[in-house]
Design a protein around this ligand. Sequence first.
Ligand SMILES: [Zn+2]
Length: 396
Amino acid sequence: MSGRIRPLLLALLAALLAADAPAQAERPKHRKDRCSFCDHDPEVLARNKMHHGPFPFARTDSLAIAEEGVWEPTLLETEHFRILGDFPKWKVEADEIKVYRAELEALMDRWPEVKSKQGTLDPWYRIHLLGERLETLYSRFLQLTGSKEEDFLDPERNLMRGIGRYLGQHEKYEVMVFEDANPYREFMRNTWGLGYLKPQCWNNVDRSSLWFGVNLETDVIHHDKHLSAVVIHNIGHNMLNGYMHYSYEVPVWLYAGIGHWAEKSFDGRFDTFCSIEGNLDVGKATHDWAPQVRKMLMKGRGASFAQLIRKKSLAEIGYEDHLISWSKFDFLVQHKPEAFGAWLTELKTRKDANGFPDGTNMDEAQRNGFKEHFGWTLAKAEEEWQEWVKATYPVK
Ligand SMILES: [Zn+2]
């Protein structure tokens, strides 16, 4: 890099970092306006690296979005995420009260205001719980890739590598939730130029931020954890894309695989299927995927590694491919975690002869990487996976 360009880039970076500093609102005067989870306590929030906005978001910021939509979204910014939207009250189901109590009790050290016995979760509890679950996912992602938070904290080193502070992106991962379909469609149209109703990931190139939005009406989402599952699935996609900067597409089976892997490890009751609108028939899909994958294997069905790595888009990923992608992703993570992290990192940091990000010939790169990091040909990988499925997946 030439010495002449460098000061300018550093200045830009400094501006980005400055923009990132939280411009926090005053703590509301009246207790009834304060967060029931943290009481807007500035010390507690700062200790947890969070605040309740306002903050930059999508193409503008949380204040402009609220004003345009004549809307009062609930806001939470955490260390790595910005969350904005509707979080309708949700009554905890009787058989889940214990599980929620345990989740809340585990947070009481860090959040003294929290009461673990909650019959109903208000918007504040819901957004804080989502924030905690996303931060947990972020830590798991670091582990998955064999990275550490420190790897992304040195601005000079990031600059040399062409990456940003948030796994590779320059700004935090964003999550937007609408209760109703119509305002969601209006926002999508006005902001990204898409009149979509389905959940959507978006690469906000201008701010180097990966965004995800969903409305509860279209996807009939009621359960608090159903919403978290959908968000976690999609943030899984976004973190994989953002890792070492979103400069080219990852192989689609990994994109699908990480979504299911993240979602299933959060709560096995929910499965989100991303597809090109209308091409996916999930039939009478059930949530226990392990026995279904085992059955496919026994019948000689399901894509091999050699077939999976060649798939080019979600249009080529059918119902069975979703299950197989999940299983093979999970297999590599569990069976050879270190090799998997190194393999994935190599796939995400490819450079051409001129030092530019190189997303060409990804199937060859995957194949070579299997040899280098796992010590396997694709045929050998297939054999290992089959043995693992037979040994660990139940028949029913
Ligand atoms: Zn709060």
